[in-house]
Ligand binder design. Structure first.
Ligand code: CDP
Ligand code: CDP
Length: 217
């Protein structure tokens, strides 16, 4: 069983994907970490003429050891670097096999990101596209960072998230839109437990429709 969870920055897709993985006993991949690792490895070249070749080389030589420094990877600035390397088609192509192989492991997997339902796993058994109001998302990310002792300028964070969302949505190579068979889940007014219950209900419905030979759309 493959479950695809997509959505904009700080929509709660990672938290939901990890809850779904726990519920169904499946492994989980946060695909944003791959782009964040490539962004970090290309930081010295960002906004300069060498960004493309640097990022492409970094994506092609990425290894699992680069996905462990969560403090550096999850920093807000690293998200911006990630979205700048994520527009490069060759970077996306270089990261494709790792994600696809993770999805195809025996028993299945849960993956979260931007293009899981559209590009990485168009064949997923259940697809969720998580939405939440941008102020709610900013507040969630602010509290998440503050819980780690990071000082947050909410005004700057709001604009940074909006700018990153815009870059992601306009990314011609990105596939960041709900797949036609994705279920939209707006969690603006939901806590984590309520959102997880709603997501499980979506997955159960998708599985039941599949077992009955019907398409969810
Ligand atoms: O993966 P993504 O960037 O979409 O978001 P996340 O890291 O899963 O969630 C961002 C923050 O929002 C985390 O601290 C979650 O605990 C919190 N959250 C929330 O407050 N309410 C939800 N319904 C979902 C997540
Ligand atoms: O957790 P949050 O939504 O803030 O970010 P993330 O999921 O870690 O992704 C960081 C950046 O990587 C995004 O803003 C996208 O530019 C890029 N990304 C992507 O292009 N495709 C994916 N499947 C995942 C992330």
């Amino acid at each position: 069983m493959i479950i695809a969870v997509d959505g904009p920055a700080a929509s709660g897709k990672g938290t939901l994907a990890s809850g779904l993985a726990r519920h169904y006993g499946l492994p989980h991949l946060d695909t944003g970490l791959l782009y964040r690792a490539v962004g970090l490895a290309s930081a010295a070249a960002v906004d300069g003429p060498d960004l493309e070749p640097t990022a492409i080389a970094a994506a092609r030589s990425l290894d699992a050891g680069q996905l462990t420094d969560l403090d550096a990877l999850t920093a807000a600035e690293t998200g911006v670097l990630a979205s700048k390397v994520a527009v490069i088609a060759e970077v996306r192509a270089a990261l494709f096999d790792f994600q696809r192989n993770f999805a195809l492991q025996p028993g299945g997997a849960v993956l979260d990101g931007r293009d899981i339902g559209t590009k990485i796993c168009p064949d997923a058994d259940a697809k969720l596209f998580i939405q939440a109001d941008s102020k709610a998302r900013m507040e969630r990310r602010a509290r998440q960072l503050e819980a780690r002792g990071v000082a947050v300028d909410r005004y700057a964070l709001f604009h940074q998230i909006e700018e990153r969302d815009a870059r992601d949505m306009l990314n011609p190579n990105g596939g960041f839109y709900p797949a036609p068979d994705a279920h939209l889940l707006d969690t603006t007014l939901m806590g984590i437990e309520a959102a997880l219950r709603a997501a499980i209900a979506v997955v159960e419905t998708a599985l039941a429709l599949k077992a009955g030979g019907q398409s969810p759309s």
